[in-house]
Design a protein. Structure first.
Length: 164
């Protein structure tokens, strides 16, 4: 409205281009279903990497390295970024690596005849939980899973150039 003399006269209020024909719409991009295969690399490589992660977590638990589930989750998050895997594929695998790794370590200690069952019962009773060894084992596995999930989140968040 630079010209005040045109106020109220014909053509001064432009409400869009009413008489111009609309542009033809562009063709829509092809839609691929969410369940289609999008992973990169052979499946056997991912299975072997998961088995190696389980063995590393189990070995670290036997050596007293309690933070290895976090590092395994961090590695899984970075590998998922570079392998272009979705979170719904990496989340259960990361949980399984942490839980199976710590479960194998605890099972190995029980098989060797160490009094871990009695210690687990005492720890559960002192914590105010039911005095059963399975309660303490489940809590230990949950702590490992929470560490792995935090590592997975961090690995996906710090991956360079991460886009949804």
């Amino acid at each position: 409205m630079a010209d005040l003399r045109r106020l109220g006269k014909r053509g001064s209020y432009r409400l869009g281009r009413l008489g111009v024909p609309a542009q033809p719409a562009a063709w829509p991009a092809p839609h691929y279903p969410a369940w289609s295969r999008r992973r990169r690399g052979p499946v056997i490589c991912w299975v072997l990497a998961s088995a190696a992660g389980v063995l590393l977590v189990a070995g670290g638990a036997l050596l007293g390295l309690w933070f290895l589930p976090f590092l395994a989750g961090l590695a899984a998050g970075l590998a998922a970024h570079y392998g272009r895997l979705r979170m719904r594929a990496t989340l259960p695998v990361t949980v399984a690596i942490a839980a199976v790794g710590w479960g194998l370590a605890l099972w190995w200690l029980v098989l060797r005849g160490l009094p871990d069952g009695a210690v687990a019962r005492e720890v559960a009773a002192l914590a105010g939980l039911p005095p059963h060894a399975t309660v303490t084992v489940i809590v230990a596995l949950l702590v490992a899973v929470i560490q792995a999930l935090a590592g997975l989140w961090l690995g996906r968040a710090v991956a360079p150039g991460y886009a949804r």
